[in-house]
Every structure is written in structure tokens, then in C-alpha cells.
Design a protein around this ligand. Structure first.
Ligand code: SF4
Length: 203
């Protein structure tokens, strides 16, 4: 994983390297049971070269604590590793260029669960892992099982914490989903959550 981080820090495979201060590789222990995948680094992450250290990251940390999880026990990364200008959404060719790094991280870590944060990460990961994407409103709060390198990989979808900075009610939904993620990762989810929403409270 250290070798991969160095490759990411030096990467020039897409135009996003032109405006970055720092590429932002994933961060967390190799034994992490849960991997969180956001969309892209923001301004603060670009400054520091670390994922989820800005306002959205602070909210994420708070929600993780409420869900009974500690940031130190998770691996946190992004769909693309360099900040898009003005925090725009990453473009499809940028995602295609960067996706192999994320898939390499997931192959190496083999987590019990991947939690995709937000529409862009959710859709891209679904496509890469062979899961039909039906929009975040319908997909969130449900565990799905995809495949990576011939191995099953469980995913859960939820909103990105930056969305909850603008719409506070989404924070409650993210908290429910992270609580479910903790239960799945511990191996005792309530019932069989696959393909079943754990709440009907989509906004
Ligand atoms: S976003 Fe990804 S593919 Fe593009 S330059 Fe950065 S590390 Fe390389």
C-alpha cells in the first residue's frame, strides 16, 4: 500500500494533476474492516494531502463516533485522488483514469464492507463492481454485493457528508447508514440487509 501511495502522489494520468497541490491517497490501517469512499479531495485535503480533513471530514468524524466507529479503525479514501478545480464533480475520463487506484486499494484491503459516500462514488463503484445503479435515493441504506477480482465485496451506499453540511437532515440518514455499516462489519447485521432498505425515510 505504501508503494501505491507513492505512485498516486506522483501521478499525472489525468488533467487533475495540473491544479493540485497534493494528491491525496487513502489513509488507514491495512486491517480495516470498513473502507469509506468519498468523491474527491476538497481544498483542505489538497492543502494537507490527507483525506477528509475539512469541514465534511469533521462532520464525518462526529457521525462515526455517534455510530460507534473510530476513524482510526477505518480506511478512508476517494474515487479520484486529486482535487477537481473549484470542487466541481470529477469528469468521467478522470474517474476512469483514477479508478484503478481505488480498485487496487480495495483488492489489497479486502474489507468486510465498502461504504460509498455520495452519488458519484456510489454510481462509479457500482459500475466497476457489477451492481445495477438505481440512484442514491433508492440505493442508500441497502447492502449490495458486487465482485472484484472474482471475490465478493459488500457495499453500502449513503450520502456524502458535504451534502449534510447543506441539508442537515441528511446527517441523520448518514448516521443510520454508518450504524448499519458498523453492525455489518461486526458480523451481526439486523436481519439480512442485502437488498433491503433499513429505513424508508429517503428525503
Ligand atoms: S486524479 Fe487520479 S488519475 Fe488523475 S492525476 Fe490524480 S491520482 Fe492521477
Amino acid at each position: 500500500m505504501e508503494g501505491l501511495k507513492e505512485i498516486v502522489r506522483a501521478c499525472t494520468k489525468c488533467r487533475l494533476h495540473l491544479g493540485r497541490k497534493n494528491a491525496v491517497p487513502g489513509e488507514g490501517p491495512a486491517w480495516a474492516r470498513i473502507v469509506l469512499v468519498g468523491e474527491a479531495p476538497g481544498r483542505q485535503e489538497d492543502e494537507e494531502g490527507r483525506p477528509f480533513v475539512g469541514a465534511a471530514g469533521r462532520l464525518l468524524d462526529s457521525l462515526l463516533r455517534e455510530a460507534g466507529l473510530r476513524r482510526e479503525e477505518l480506511y478512508v479514501t476517494n474515487l479520484v485522488k486529486c482535487r477537481p478545480p473549484g470542487n466541481r464533480r470529477p469528469r468521467s475520463d478522470e474517474i476512469s483514469a483514477c479508478l484503478p487506484y481505488l480498485l487496487s486499494e480495495l483488492s489489497a484491503l479486502r474489507p468486510a464492507l465498502v461504504v460509498a459516500l455520495g452519488e458519484t462514488a456510489g454510481r462509479s463503484l457500482s459500475q466497476a463492481l457489477g451492481i445495477e445503479w438505481r440512484g442514491l435515493g433508492e440505493m442508500r441504506g441497502r447492502k449490495r454485493v458486487g465482485a472484484l477480482g472474482g471475490r465478493a465485496l459488500a457495499l453500502l451506499f449513503t450520502y456524502h457528508p458535504s451534502a449534510a453540511l447543506r441539508r442537515r437532515e441528511l446527517g441523520d440518514l448518514i448516521l443510520k447508514d454508518l450504524t448499519l455499516a458498523a453492525e455489518i462489519a461486526r458480523g451481526n447485521p439486523p436481519g439480512d440487509p442485502e437488498d433491503e432498505p433499513h429505513s424508508q425515510d429517503h428525503p
